[in-house]
Design a protein around this ligand. Structure first.
Ligand code: GMT
Length: 376
């Protein structure tokens, strides 16, 4: 049976927007009809699909409104699309405000549309502690027909912080292995003047303080005392200038390449020898998975859902948050032992395929849709 599914997410750069958009594209490839209801065209929606539709949420900027009412406009648009297109499912990414808007839309149309909410992280780990919003987040979760979270750790945190009773199912992030695989991108090394003997370490993030990008730079400064290497920093965000200053202070400007936001991340991963994600909060860490699919061993921190992605000693290493000495030691081990590097790279690819492939995860979401529609 083919479904009509509305998807709402934040359409800008970010793991949750990527997951929601890739999910929509893959569901469309399986024949479902997809309606994105968002404030902008999702940035990964880069191709024409005859069964994908985009409905823009227009926010009224009437001068009397001190704050433009995005949430209400979204709920209104959801109700309109549910009614006109006869949607079966509204799959919203993030409890706040999207699950609340979906609930409101459902009340408005009085139909049988089912709400599936996916928790991605910061709605719980940051906002869950905020008393001005926590009751509302809990309400959004309890009123959804099904709730998923991107790691078991995120489920535990949700239950601890919000005391929810709703069953939350873990559905991990996934990668499209037609996009994320190791390619021959040796020309990129030449373009960026990376010498043949130099190793490449990569970090990709939105440079928010939770990502602890300074730890990546400090670890790198220790690594290059032992191994000739370059550090690629992909992404942009609030701590960008702070990181630039640190690189200068440490005198390693010629070894660190600031590449900003990049569309073809898998090309950069294909020339990388190691990925570092050293966050203090991370519900899953999609970039780790992208690296693993491109056969890049990973070093992550003992935070959130990262230990559900990395098998310590098998696909990479898990280190304590902020322990730059331990991180550098592990990185040097990986970069100086070709046998260990190969073993980690092969296991990473294997794990990406067996645990986090698009086929497995998309089927899980479909099963959830059919379960709620069958009233189970
Ligand atoms: O990592 C971010 O700051 C972006 C954030 C988002 O909203 O896109 O990512 C969250 O969702 C991703 C997709 O499920 C997860 O892979 C990231 O781990 C999660 N980020 C955090 O928990 C900090």
């Amino acid at each position: 049976m083919k479904l009509k599914i509305g998807i709402t997410c934040y359409p800008t750069v970010g793991g949750s927007g990527i997951i929601a958009t890739e999910l929509g594209k893959l569901l469309a490839e399986k024949g479902h009809e997809i309606h994105f209801i968002t404030s902008g065209v999702p940035f990964r929606l880069d191709k024409v699909y005859s069964n994908i539709f985009y409905h823009e949420v227009e926010v009224n900027n009437y001068s009397v409104f001190q704050y433009p009412p995005y949430d209400l406009s979204l709920a209104n648009k959801m109700a309109e699309v549910v009614k006109r297109e006869k949607l079966d499912i509204l799959h919203v990414h993030y409890a706040i405000p999207h699950a609340i808007c979906a609930f409101l839309a459902k009340e408005m149309v009085g139909g049988s549309v089912k709400i599936v909410t996916t928790l991605h992280g910061t709605d719980i780990t940051v906002l869950g502690n905020d008393h001005s919003l926590s009751e509302m987040i809990r309400f959004g979760i309890e009123k959804s027909d099904a709730v998923t979270a991107v790691s078991v750790n995120l489920i535990e945190q949700t239950e601890q912080l919000l005391h929810t009773t709703k069953k939350i199912e873990p559905v991990y992030n996934f990668i499209d292995n037609r996009v994320y695989f190791k390619k021959d991108c040796s020309c990129l090394r030449r373009e960026y003047k990376i010498e043949d003997h130099e190793k490449v370490i990569i970090h990709v993030s939105n440079f928010r303080s939770v990502k602890r990008v300074p730890d990546v730079v400090r670890s790198f400064a220790k690594i290059i005392d032992h191994v000739e290497a370059k550090l690629l920093l992909l992404g942009d965000g609030p701590e960008y200038s702070k990181v630039c200053r640190l690189v200068k202070e440490l005198g390693i400007q010629d070894k660190v390449l600031f590449l900003g936001n990049q569309k073809h991340v898998s090309d950069f991963l294909s020339i990388s020898d190691l990925m570092m994600l050293l966050s203090e909060k991370e519900s899953f860490g999609l970039v780790l998975l992208e690296a693993m699919a491109c056969e890049v061993p990973v070093i992550g921190t003992l935070a959130g859902g990262i230990p559900e992605v990395i098998v310590d000693g098998e696909t990479g290493f898990i280190c304590e948050v902020g322990d730059v000495d331990q991180i550098a030691t592990r990185a040097i081990e990986i970069l100086t032992d070709p046998i260990l590097h190969k073993k980690l790279a092969i296991s990473s690819l294997q794990r990406a395929k067996t645990h986090f492939s698009q086929e497995i995860i998309i089927s899980k979401y479909e099963d959830i849709y059919f379960t709620v529609l069958n009233g189970e």
